[in-house]
Design a protein around this ligand. Structure first.
Ligand code: FES
Length: 102
């Protein structure tokens, strides 16, 4: 299965864009210049995430997460937890969600 998330040209150098994803949302952004996608869901109790000051921040109770690897940095989210990163691949001019053998 393949599903285009965003054109590379539309992914900002800083911050993120929110993309609808099968009834949910994902943040698409760049980390170290590489395009990535993570689920818009805090690992505490699922709050939405804001991308600010080079990290993801949950406005519900203040958890923060790294944009590099999704690791929890601070707040009530479980220690050692990480944001859910989607498997993606750059295909032609787009970042594409890939699942399975394709
Ligand atoms: S749901 Fe994100 S910190 Fe509580």
């Amino acid at each position: 299965m393949q599903h285009e998330l965003a054109k590379l040209a539309d992914i900002p150098e800083t911050g993120s864009i929110l993309i609808p994803f099968f009834g949910r949302e994902v943040h698409v952004f760049r980390a170290g210049g590489e395009p990535r996608a993570v689920a818009n869901a805090c690992t505490h109790i699922g709050g939405p995430l804001e991308c600010r000051d080079g990290k993801f921040i949950c406005p519900w109770h203040g958890a923060t997460f790294s944009m590099e690897d999704g690791a929890r940095l601070d707040g009530p989210a479980p220690a050692g937890s990480r944001l859910m990163r989607l498997p993606t691949r750059v295909i032609d001019d787009a970042l594409v969600y890939v699942w399975g053998r394709d």
